[in-house]
Design a protein around this ligand. Structure first.
Ligand code: ATP
Ligand code: MG
Length: 702
């Protein structure tokens, strides 16, 4: 393993070599644009450190996504022995915190970790537990006499529009709660909106009752414990002597606090690109650059200016976009590498409307794969909103384009996977009413609307007793008048089954035996449309793919699996060999690269987003949207397509993108670029100009 790093070192350019050979004792900040080898250099620096004899257990690396952590381990394993890799800590902030909390016994095994889906489910429960006037209803009795609010609980009577509205509100509320937590606060402590305050309070209250933590809580707890100097945390602090942080520009305040706590010894390297800061809406704090320089006045800065990822035309295009940036304190100039090919022009494709756009994307993919020799896995389609994936899918299927969703979990049918997780979570933490509601009628247990509503309300008003327990042993004959006897009996059976499964899970053996038992005893099997879903589930739980079965009680593996599942939520699936086009948000594409990239829906109202009033600190920020586009564009190595409909994004105009081929959807597909070029381009440009008068916010582009 001595030879390999040396050979690789010769690949480094001068700036990169400076960065790698820089002393570990002096804090280092590496600033550089996309594709300049920041992540690559960071890895080389880690390699050098451990090959020079540092204990791998003393190395702590933070990546932005689990996928990035996974990739970093893979790449490091080319030059470092397995044992070394297994001792390195390469994690996202969340998974680091989860591990530390478990390791220090700060949270017991029966504490549920709420991922995004859990968070949203609980928020929905909170939102629905209010009467027509919007007040939270406090008493089950009072509530059960109001038939209208009964129905509002389960949401069964909601129209599609109402459902959408609710979805939007929960997502927004969740972002705002996360935002507050990223500043070390709770939303109800900083909000001025009464509704929000009430919902945030109720959410926090119920979450505590349910013995659960969300991601924001985990970070806060860890930071607090470090600050208080708890003994078990001192031990953790001492262990990590060397700290490395990738994508530093998107760390938030609480994460900075954690970095601060862990870096007392000053051996820290951060790498980042200010211009790729795209998580301001979630609390990413650009001030962290300054905090760093203040905290470590003795630090050194290194700039790297060569791009090794993209063709000249592509680097040129996003460089021009960046030069319009209002924030001039950017990372530095980025030049194409000496060996970079000239490449094809960036292609800008106008579509009539967004249905059209989906067709264009699908046909484009078809062409890339069947005529231009790209493998599906070499292509990514990136967009701003996850819902874009929904309207893309029918078109992709029509064109027979194999694809996978970044959001989709490891090839499992999402719903079934989440329900199975809920079974396991309730088993481990019976107070987790949010998970219970996810499965109480899966498979159907004859619970009607009324019974479900009553259960929902119990969850919402729960006093911290397991809901099943509560329903069955305390309240059935009291408050649950009208609860059908058959439903009650079914719940009782479920409750007994949970007890049985808990016992079973303490035994030795394969964890998937438990899943099989659950599926069999509940009669759930009917719900699985195909065998493969179940097989995949079993395989994953048994560790044939990613998880190793631990010797000893199967519960240990299950616990690990549940934690991992929560952490992976919303991330790019880790299947390596799948030859499929990836559909992902631009946010999730951070740090990654593909030979061909299609950015879609780069239209005004989407990128940049619609909301512009600076009412509070959560607004969509045009500069940030520009950076988002910049991140998206800079993922492409060889080919970059940008599609838009109606109005184009004001960030893209002819001045910005020289050498760009403008064309409408059908001309791209039929190769007749010249004929339609001017028509579509002129039309949209006029529209853009008209807009400019009333919206001076993008005049700086000209
Ligand atoms: P981003 O800002 O998007 O995260 P980055 O700065 O982290 O980008 P990397 O992902 O580390 O960039 O590198 C981009 C690509 O360039 C990778 O494929 C990497 O292997 C390659 N690369 C980096 N340095 C060199 C080099 N000196 N010679 C050749 N290729 C290089
Ligand atoms: Mg990187």
């Amino acid at each position: 393993s001595d030879v390999a790093p040396a050979r690789e070192l010769s690949r480094l350019d001068n700036d990169q070599r400076d960065a790698v050979s820089h002393s570990y004792e002096q804090p280092l900040m590496i600033l550089a644009g996309p594709g300049s080898g920041k992540t690559f250099t960071l890895m080389k620096r880690i390699e050098r450190l451990v090959s020079e004899g540092a204990d791998p257990r003393s190395v702590c690396v933070f990546t932005f996504t689990n996928r990035a952590a996974h990739e970093m381990r893979e790449r490091l394993s080319k030059n470092l022995p397995y044992r070394t890799i297994s001792h390195l800590s390469v994690n996202t902030f969340h998974s680091f915190c989860m591990q530390v909390l478990r390791e220090t016994d700060t949270i017991g095994p029966d504490v549920s970790i709420f991922d995004e889906a859990d968070q949203k489910r609980l928020l929905k429960i909170c939102m629905r537990t209010r009467n027509e006037e919007g007040d939270r209803v406090r008493y089950v009795n009072e509530y059960s006499q109001d038939p209208t609010s009964l129905l509002r609980q389960s949401g069964k009577d909601m129209s599609a529009a109402e459902r959408d509205e609710e979805k939007f509100l929960t997502a927004k509320l969740m972002d705002r709660m996360d935002f507050a937590k990223s500043k070390g606060r709770l939303l109800h402590e900083i909000s001025h909106d009464e509704d929000e305050i009430e919902l945030s309070r109720q959410y926090e209250y119920l979450k505590n009752q349910m013995n659960a933590l969300d991601f924001g809580d985990m970070l806060q707890q860890v930071v607090t414990a470090f600050k208080e100097g708890r003994t078990s945390f001192e031990y953790v602090r001492k262990r990590y002597q060397y700290l490395f942080v990738d994508e530093y520009q998107d760390t938030n305040e609480v994460q900075f606090e954690l970095i601060k706590e862990l870096s007392r010894q000053g051996c820290i390297t951060v790498v980042g690109d200010r211009n790729q800061s795209i998580y301001g809406w979630r609390g990413a704090n650009i001030e962290n650059w300054n905090y760093f320089t203040t905290l470590f006045p003795q630090h050194q800065k290194i700039f790297m200016g060569t791009n090794y990822r993209s063709t000249r035309k592509i680097v040129d295009a996003y460089g021009r976009l960046l030069s319009t940036s209002a924030d001039k304190k950017w990372t530095g100039e980025i030049k194409p590498g000496p060996a970079a090919a000239e490449g094809d022009p960036v292609k800008l494709i106008y579509c009539e409307n967004y249905f059209d756009e989906a067709d264009v994307v699908a046909k484009l993919l078809h062409r890339l794969i069947h005529e231009e020799g790209y493998q599906p896995k070499d292509i990514a389609v990136l967009y701003r909103n996850n819902k874009t994936a929904n309207w893309l899918q029918p078109s992709l299927m029509r064109e027979n384009v194999p694809f996978r969703l970044a959001k989709g979990k490891v090839a499992l049918e999402k719903k079934i996977a989440s329900q199975m997780m809920s079974y396991l979570k309730v088993m481990i933490n019976p107070r987790d009413g949010s998970s219970l509601m996810n499965i109480v009628n899966v498979p159907p247990r004859g619970l009607g609307l009324k019974s479900l509503d009553m259960l929902h309300r119990h969850v919402a008003l729960d006093e911290g007793v397991g809901v099943l327990h509560y329903v069955i042993f305390f309240d059935f004959h009291g408050n649950f008048k009208g609860f059908k006897l058959s439903s009650f009996n079914n719940l009782k059976i479920l409750s007994d089954q949970f007890k049985h499964w808990t016992e079973f899970s303490k035994g030795n053996g394969k964890p998937s035996d438990l899943i099989k038992l659950i599926i069999q005893q509940t009669g759930w099997k009917m719900e699985f449309k195909d065998e493969t879903t179940m097989d995949t589930l079993m395989r994953i739980i048994d560790g044939e793919t990613a998880y190793e079965v631990e010797p000893g009680p199967r519960i240990d593996t299950i616990l690990r699996f549940i934690d991992q599942f929560a952490l992976d939520s919303g991330e790019i699936a880790q299947e390596k060999d799948a030859d499929e086009v990836l559909l992902s948000t631009m946010h999730q594409s951070k740090g990654l690269e593909w030979p061909a990239v299609i950015l879609t829906e780069i239209s005004e109202g989407v990128v940049p987003g619609r909301k512009r009033q600076k009412a509070d600190s959560f607004v969509v920020d045009d500069e940030e949207d520009k950076r988002l586009l910049y991140v998206g564009m800079s993922r492409a190595k060889k080919e970059l397509y940008i599609t838009y409909s109606r109005r184009m994004s004001p960030f893209i105009n002819s001045d910005l993108l020289k050498n760009v081929t403008h064309t409408s959807g059908d001309t791209v597909l039929f190769g007749d670029v010249e004929k339609k070029k001017n028509k579509s381009w002129t039309a949209t440009e006029e529209e853009t100009n008209e807009e400019e008068e009333e919206k001076p916010w993008y005049t700086f582009i000209k």
